[in-house]
Design a protein around this ligand. Structure first.
Ligand SMILES: Cc1ccc(Cc2cc(O)c(O)c(C(=O)NC/C=C/[C@H]3O[C@@H](n4cnc5c(N)ncnc54)[C@H](O)[C@@H]3O)c2)cc1
Ligand SMILES: [Mg+2]
Length: 214
């Protein structure tokens, strides 16, 4: 059977990246997406903004919604101090299998817990199943119609604390209007927009950074 795009992306990582070198994994995926096949990774331009938010925050407990092939998982985990933990949720078994191998190639499996399942099922179980009190940083990059319900679910489950930072990809393209309206108008968030471009294209896109005020 024909290979899938995620499998071809993984092959490019194995061919061009050095085991244990996260930056080479990131570069190999960006090269593959620019020169071979576009894929919906956050990419290098928005990825640099993600890097700066993570580096400034130095989070201990991180949640990522939507692993896909693990590109942003590697970008975030490579910046975390040892002992910090990143839980990433992915409900597509094929994507999860590829992401596990990308994360392992980068040598970051000790910091990352990839959980196969739906965000709506696992967010309510974070405390009892993973011993998580609250998250310091949440990266949203899954189906766009899930950003708002999952944010409200995280609030209701007490997973956000004063100062927790939410960073949302694709707030312009594909766009998440209901989520934007909520975080920009709610008194519980301080929100700001980082203008950028849709990965590997000239189309406008951006990231929304929202601090939970408790
Ligand atoms: C019009 C248009 C179309 C596409 C684009 C291009 C474009 C650019 C981008 O950066 C994008 O992030 C996207 C995009 O659609 N991303 C959706 C990403 C989903 C991944 O997350 C997984 N997942 C989805 N819901 C859940 C869930 N509840 N629990 C657990 N995992 C979930 C899926 O299994 C996938 O692994 C698209 C731009 C414009
Ligand atoms: Mg995205």
């Amino acid at each position: 059977t024909r290979s899938t795009r995620p499998q071809r992306l993984l092959n490019a990582v194995r061919k061009h990246a050095t085991r244990g070198d996260p930056q080479s994994v990131i570069s190999a995926i960006d090269h593959f997406c620019r020169h071979s096949e576009w894929a919906m990774n956050i990419g290098d331009e928005k990825g640099s903004i993600l890097d700066s938010v993570v580096s400034e925050l130095n989070p201990e407990k991180v949640l990522e919604l939507g692993t896909y092939c693990g590109y942003s998982t590697v970008r975030i985990a490579r910046l975390l101090p040892p002992g910090a933990r990143l839980i990433t949720l992915e409900f597509n078994a094929d994507y999860a299998a590829i992401a596990r191998q990308v994360i392992a190639w980068a040598g970051l499996e000790d910091r990352v817990q990839l959980v196969e399942g739906a965000s709506e099922d696992w967010i309510p179980r974070m405390k009892e199943h993973f011993g998580i009190e609250t998250f310091d940083f949440v990266f949203l990059d899954h189906w766009k119609d899930r950003y708002l319900p999952d944010t409200k679910l995280m609030e209701d489950c007490g997973l956000l604390r004063k100062g927790t930072v939410l960073l949302a990809d694709n707030v312009i393209c594909p766009g998440v209007p209901d989520y934007l309206q909520y975080v920009r108008n709610s008194l519980s968030y301080k929100s700001c927009y980082f203008k950028s471009h849709l990965e590997y294209t000239k189309a406008e896109d951006g990231l929304e950074k929202s601090v939970f005020l408790g």
